[in-house]
Design a protein around this ligand. Structure first.
Ligand SMILES: O=C(O)CCC(=O)C(=O)O
Ligand SMILES: [Fe+2]
Length: 508
């Protein structure tokens, strides 16, 4: 090949490579949010089936508790929570992370009271009572034009509604919901809904020769539903692949093939999850039975966003609730009414109002206090407090009535370069505000609130840190407990009239 011909080949190869990279970049950038439209995985069973859970025999009512030692030296019936030394929990070395992540055989219980069955799904597939589960299933319908339709050409499957069976399989315990929360929760759909609730929906069996569900999109139950989770229980079958397409990129799809192809691998639980708007299809099952549990996935508040809003928490059971309620009943406690101020004890990004999810994101003692205060119907507010230092050395605490972003002021514009001039941030805490501080601030919890250039004899950068605090309006003793006290507001001049006036600015 001549030099120029080989140069041409190199150039062509480079061009082709650039084109591929460009395509990849477009698909990454353009679809960064929608690229992960589906995900899935496998969950192994415990190496010794039934070691930590019930076995097929137990499930069928046969006792297997013979008090024999297994290979790890653990006697059957003795869990890691039982220990020779009272009050001390001992864990077998075998109880490592892999063991923690492995799951028990899955049991499905169904049937009428007193005559029910329990099918065990383990490494060897379903136990012998599986035929009763097949019998118990009803034909599965699907939604068409707002109606539930039975049409075997479109969907051929059996189903049990969630009211007709019970299972010990728990997607939270299995770690699936943690994965989905990190992978599928859309960042900005709702500000505070950062977690996933998986609601068991159906058990389905797609059986050969015609089991299938032709392409469709699931109908969300409400605006909080973001997707579906399908969990495949071990049961030999061929075909039945689940294809999930990306609603925002026609060409993209993912195939989840749970058919029993790899005979050398022990059977395990397989799962897939995808957004509600993804078109998907269950291909024809050509042999065996494909057994699934389906879950509807809803957004809800999760860790970091649940202060005062979790229905699972009873605020009156918090120790601080009782302490505060008892204090309020004492006539001499802040008798004339005061503002009780508490510096928060955890770090928050309180000077960034994009990241600042306060009060939802309060933690620990701060969350407990806020929740208790609100349950006691007291008016309270979170504010940033900053120590302002006069150039003469005089110090005063100032605050803003709302959280703002670093460098941005609520009362003015952006802080510009100044020369020994007060930058316009904050209100002086009024002397007559009757503030009682409950605690002192923790120096390490300050967040950079202001940074600005000063140019006196030599240019410098001044920095000021603020500390988040909770201000609680405690009504006078005579007004406590009546309904008006619950709606009491901070006096208007608490936030306004206390602004630093010009003769208090640092350049006076
Ligand atoms: O079984 C599956 O993989 C998906 C089932 C499905 O699409 C549905 O139940 O809506
Ligand atoms: Fe579906």
């Amino acid at each position: 090949m001549s030099v120029s011909a080989s140069e041409n080949v190199t150039k062509l190869a480079q061009m082709a490579e650039r084109k591929i990279l460009k395509g990849l970049n477009i698909s990454f950038e353009e679809h960064a949010r929608s690229a992960t439209f589906a995900c899935g995985g496998s969950l192994p069973f415990h190496a010794t089936p039934g070691k930590f859970g019930a076995t097929a025999q137990e499930c069928a009512g046969e006792s297997v508790h013979e008090n024999v030692e297994d290979s790890a030296g653990i006697k059957d019936g003795e869990g890691p929570e039982e220990s020779a030394e009272e009050g001390v929990e001992e864990y077998s070395e075998e109880y490592d992370e892999r063991t923690l992540n492995a799951i028990d055989d899955v049991q499905v219980r169904f049937g009428i009271s007193g005559q029910g069955y329990c099918v065990n799904f383990g490494q060897d597939g379903p136990s012998k009572d599986f035929k009763y589960l097949l019998d118990a299933c009803q034909p599965a319908s699907f939604g068409r034009g707002g109606e539930a339709v039975l049409d075997e050409k479109y969907r051929k499957a059996g189903k049990l509604d969630r009211s007709e069976f019970a299972t010990n399989f728990c997607p939270y315990e299995a770690g699936i919901i943690d994965v989905l929360t990190q992978l599928l929760v859309p960042e900005y759909k709702y500000r505070n809904l950062n977690s996933i609730k998986a609601e068991l929906y159906k058990l389905n069996i797609y059986s050969a020769p015609n089991g299938k569900f032709r392409p469709h999109v699931d109908t969300p139950r409400n605006e909080y539903q973001i997707g579906s989770l399908v969990v495949s229980l071990p049961s030999k079958h061929t075909g039945g692949q689940l294809t999930v397409g990306n609603s925002s990129a026609d060409s993209q799809s993912v195939i989840f093939d749970w058919s029993s192809q790899d005979k050398k691998q022990p059977a395990c639980i397989k799962w897939a999850a995808f957004y509600s708007d993804c078109p998907h299809e269950v291909h024809q099952v050509t042999a065996g039975h494909r057994v699934t549990l389906t879950y509807n996935l809803f957004l809800r508040r999760g860790v970091g966003h649940i202060a005062e809003s979790s229905p699972a928490l009873d605020p009156t059971q918090l120790p601080v609730y009782g302490a505060l309620r008892d204090a309020l009943e004492v006539p001499s406690f802040l008798n004339k009414g005061r503002v009780l101020a508490v510096y928060l004890t955890h770090r928050y990004a309180h000077t960034d109002n994009q990241l600042n999810f306060l009060p939802d994101s309060l933690k620990g003692a701060d969350m407990a206090l806020w929740t208790a205060v609100r349950a006691l119907d007291l008016t309270c507010k979170l504010v940033p407090i900053m120590r302002a230092e006069h150039w003469s050395g005089k110090q005063t605490d100032i605050f803003e009535p709302e959280f703002s972003s670093l460098g941005e002021t609520v009362t003015g514009g952006y802080v510009m370069s100044i020369d020994y001039q007060w930058p316009g941030w904050g209100h002086k805490i009024p002397k007559d505000a009757n503030i009682t501080w409950l605690n002192g601030k923790r120096g390490d919890l300050g967040e950079l609130q202001l940074a600005y250039a000063t140019h006196g004899n030599q240019p410098e950068v001044e920095t000021h840190y603020s500390y988040a605090a909770m201000l609680i309006l405690v009504p006078p003793y005579s007004e406590r407990g009546n309904s008006d006290a619950a709606s009491a507001e901070f006096p208007a001049d608490f936030w306004d009239a206390s602004s630093l006036d010009s003769d208090e600015r640092l350049d006076d």
